[in-house]
Design a protein around this ligand. Structure first.
Ligand code: DOR
Ligand code: ZN
Length: 345
């Protein structure tokens, strides 16, 4: 197989930032994707409906001329979030989901949730109105090893939370372990999981063996190879509970290449080449469309895109820039460490 035509993909987890960074990275996503769930972890975060409306307007203003891209907005859940504000933002069609960050779990998560009982009212209301919750699934307790934080979250936070609000639609985002895959596969109720491009292509050896590679550092941090293999099996299985959320997360090189570097892999530009590579390796190219373009809309109750996108396998490697220039500084593009041959044509 050397050409592959898919329904146009969506990205169910994307960081666009704001200002100069937004202007530079937005075209990297809109070139290939029709829609994306936009993460609300700005500084300050997108907490109220009015914040989301203003951020949406800034994204639309930054779109390349004539782009049909639709940003699917989210609100950042805090312990002070007002259920009525959330419900109004949902009723007006402004937001597609609410995002739960455990406080301290990742970039700009300080306003996240520490006491899950304090958000019970919002979660109950969301279940009532059918508004999905996107979850960064890691505990933050310092005594839990960083490689175990996802697994511990499943038993100590996610499962009790879902039992307390059984009608809630949940997206467990950027799954990095076989435990997360098993939880989503086996759970009853409305739950799905997103998987990033980079977690399909790297494991912790890529970050740490033979020298430290800050551009592979992201959160949740990549786990051992056996977990990477579980992610690859789930993504290519055809199970509609798993779909793409790139978590493409731009940081400038000075912020990545620092004594305390930021977490995030920037994959928007070459994600589809990377995914076609992975799916071909797994002999599952026929399942790529489900992962990129069908399972996500089904979970969020949206129609798949009518437009299509074609990938063609080239004889020589597809050239990609090393960096994207932004007015805040260069952002290094994810490099899987080997050539890519599938090109969006
Ligand atoms: O690697 C990550 N980067 N993981 C996250 O959860 C947040 C993101 C960011 O905003 O930079
Ligand atoms: Zn993210």
């Amino acid at each position: 197989m050397t050409t592959l035509t898919l329904r146009r993909p969506d990205d169910w987890h994307l960081h666009l930032r704001d200002g100069a960074m937004l202007a530079a990275v937005l075209p990297e996503t809109t070139r290939h994707f029709a829609r994306a769930i936009i993460m609300p972890n700005l500084v300050p975060p997108v907490v109220r409906g009015t914040d989301a409306a203003a951020y949406r307007a800034r994204i639309l203003a930054a779109l390349p001329k004539g782009s049909p891209f639709t940003p699917l907005m989210t609100l950042y859940l805090t312990e002070d979030t007002d259920p009525d504000d959330v419900a109004a933002a949902h009723a007006s069609g402004l937001i597609t989901a609410v995002k739960l960050y455990p406080a301290g779990a990742t970039t700009n998560s300080a306003s996240g949730v520490t006491d899950f009982d304090k958000v019970r009212g919002v979660l109950d209301r969301m279940a009532e109105i059918g508004l999905p919750l996107c979850i960064h699934g890691e505990v933050t307790s310092p005594e839990v090893d960083i490689f175990d934080r996802e697994q511990v979250f499943l038993d100590t936070v996610l499962d009790p939370l879902r039992r307390a609000t059984p009608g809630l639609t949940v997206t467990l985002e950027h799954i990095t372990t076989s435990h997360g895959i098993d939880y989503v596969s086996d759970a009853t109720g409305k739950i799905a999981g997103t998987i990033t491009t980079h977690h399909l292509m790297i494991n912790r050896n890529h970050i740490l063996a033979g020298g430290i590679r800050p551009h592979y550092y992201c959160l949740p941090v990549a786990k051992r190879n056996t977990h990477q293999q579980a992610l690859r099996r789930a993504a290519t299985s055809g199970n509609p509970r798993f779909f793409l959320g790139t978590d493409s997360a731009p940081h400038t090189d000075p912020n990545k290449l620092s004594a305390c570097g930021c977490a995030g892999c920037f994959t928007a530009t070459n994600t589809l080449s990377c995914l076609a590579h992975v799916f071909e390796e797994e002999e599952a190219l026929d399942r790529l469309e489900g992962f990129t373009s069908l399972h996500g809309p089904a979970h969020y109750g949206l129609p798949p895109n009518d437009a299509t996108l074609t990938l063609t396998k080239q004889a020589s490697p597809v050239p990609y820039p090393t960096q994207i220039a932004t007015d805040e500084g260069p952002v290094t593009l994810f490099d899987p460490g080997h050539p890519l041959f599938w090109q969006v044509t």
